[in-house]
Ligand binder design. Sequence first.
Ligand SMILES: C[S@@+](CC[C@H](N)C(=O)[O-])C[C@H]1O[C@@H](n2cnc3c(N)ncnc32)[C@H](O)[C@@H]1O
Length: 258
Amino acid sequence: MNQKAFWDRQAEHFQGVMETGDKSRYMHSVIDFLVEMGCLFEDSNILDIGCGTGKYAREFLKHGSRVTGIDLSGRMLEFARQNLETVGSNWSLVEGDWMAMDFKDEWIAAFDLVFASMAPAIRDRTGIERMCRASRRSCFIAKFAERRGVMKQNFREALELSPDDRFGEAISGRQIMAEIQILGFDPEIYHQDYSWERQWTVKKATDRIVSEILLSDPLQTEESLRPRVEQAAREMAGPDGMIHDKVAATALWLYWEV
Ligand SMILES: C[S@@+](CC[C@H](N)C(=O)[O-])C[C@H]1O[C@@H](n2cnc3c(N)ncnc32)[C@H](O)[C@@H]1O
């Protein structure tokens, strides 16, 4: 499964959890940080790479910013459109792969903030170089430095999977930091611990785990995988038929000025 198909499949889930309290608290800590750094002001121009369903873009708009959101997944952008329409019209969305799409002339040094939260789009020096090229002031990346989820760990054990390759992300936060430094910048580094709990139906958990395995292992097929994953999911479910998941994560924030 390629990245686009994977993210199209996740769109509905991401839309469903957009408002949940525990993740929302973390999101507000990102927004508060950006306010503190002077990135969100009336008419500030922001590029949101891998904007997903527009969770952050919506907050940027509420602060009076203009937002351009880029995402690989058309399904994510359909939800983003619905979400952004409720907070104004100072936004545009572009469907495409940040790493491969034509870099528009009007993007050169055009944005006060170039923002990428949990975005697999930023996977090598080129992706970061493009961020720097689009910025006239600040860049911000948030990535998981660590993520320990009970449900995924249980699936890994039940299915005898190799260590977590979350969303096929090929680069760690530490590598990104090194790439930014090689490009001549000195990012400020922050860590944020946060956690969340979630209930999954057997179907939703099966869909999610099947998609993640297909993304990271091209030798697997859905037909052979799905029955095994579904069986494991059934065994994990409680008497109410739900799987209770608890995730503890540490986010790495990298902030630099160009
Ligand atoms: C984990 S979601 C993050 C969404 C949002 N930024 C947030 O923090 O909630 C990752 C998003 O990156 C998008 N994405 C993945 N690879 C991409 C690429 N090469 N170019 C643009 N977007 C990409 C996915 O479609 C998905 O919407």
